[in-house]
Ligand binder design. Structure first.
Ligand code: PAF
Length: 289
């Protein structure tokens, strides 16, 4: 596996793959790799001849400096895991490599109103930071296919919007959320849970499943969401949001839509967990006819 730390090396690697006529698959990450990331890599390997990952904790998408400071950085382990997974190259830029003019007064990519809802309202500027770094990485890597995880469903929608509105020539592949046997979505943030919080954490996924069942059982969206928020609070969570949205604009819906999604963000102490579940109910399909 080639380790590429600057733009020149990355461009040279990319040009060599072009010369070989290889289809390049890309998996952007912020490191601290876990089974969920490995599934993204496997997905890319199925779709491409050469796979490159990036590991970069992007300061532009952190609105809270403390959150940025304590984000786990595990470069040696990440390199070993990528090598083992058969990745062909890893791009490991520093902040100076990606933001040589600092971060204060640079051109940014605004993902529109989609980026201001839900995660974007709790974390203002987050999706502008994501859209900016992903655009930069796409311009540098020029992949034919890029793989993202469904766990960050709103991020996926932002990237779809970005690719569509800015005519970026890349195919997107979305890998389903990987879960622990008890349903907890695998995330780099899980390592911050205490033993007690780890026991509580699967309630996030359970709340979504209960809500999906409630909708399928004919309960109203309002009653379902109120019940789910109440239940999650009873399990010890502070709920940032638990909503039902359409899959494209991520606007909250009060009635079932053909392609809807339940999304939740909830805190256990200082650990913030997010999760989501697609809801495809027969009622919505009938009302869509
Ligand atoms: O999902 C992530 O890990 C990050 O948001 C991404 C896409 C690598 C951009 O920094």
């Amino acid at each position: 596996m080639e380790i590429l730390r600057d733009i020149q090396a990355l461009r040279a690697w990319r040009e060599a793959r072009e010369g070989e006529g290889k289809r390049v698959g890309f998996v952007p990450t912020m490191g601290n790799l876990h089974a969920g990331h490995m599934a993204l890599i496997d997905n890319a390997r199925r779709r491409a001849d050469a796979v490159i990952a990036s590991v970069f904790v992007n300061p532009l998408q952190f609105e809270d400096p403390e959150d940025l400071a304590r984000y786990p950085r595990t470069e040696d382990d990440d390199i070993a895991a990528l090598e083992k997974a058969g990745v062909d190259a890893v791009f490991l830029p520093t902040e100076t490599v990606l933001y040589p003019h600092g971060q204060d007064d640079i051109a940014r990519v605004d993902p529109g109103s989609l980026g201001t809802r839900l995660e974007g309202s709790v974390r203002p500027g987050h999706f502008t930071g994501v859209a900016t770094v992903v655009t930069k990485l796409f311009n540098l890597v020029r992949p034919q296919v890029a793989v993202f995880g469904e766990k960050d469903a709103q991020q996926v929608a932002v990237i779809r919007r970005l690719v569509g509105d800015l005519d970026i020539d890349v195919q997107l592949a979305i890998e389903p959320t990987h879960r622990e046997p008890d349903g907890l979505a695998i995330s780099s943030r899980n390592r911050f849970l205490t033993a007690e919080q780890r026991r509580q954490a699967p309630a996030v996924h359970r709340a979504l499943k209960r809500a999906a069942e409630s909708l399928a059982g004919g309960h109203t969206v309002a009653a379902t969401l109120a019940g789910a928020r109440h239940w999650l609070a009873q399990q010890g969570f502070e709920v940032d949001y638990l909503v039902y949205c359409d899959e494209v604009r991520f606007e909250e819906q009060t009635r079932l839509v053909p392609e809807g999604r339940l999304l939740v963000a909830a805190r256990l102490g200082r650990v913030r967990l997010i999760d989501n579940l697609a809801v495809h109910t027969p009622q919505a399909e009938e009302s869509a006819d």
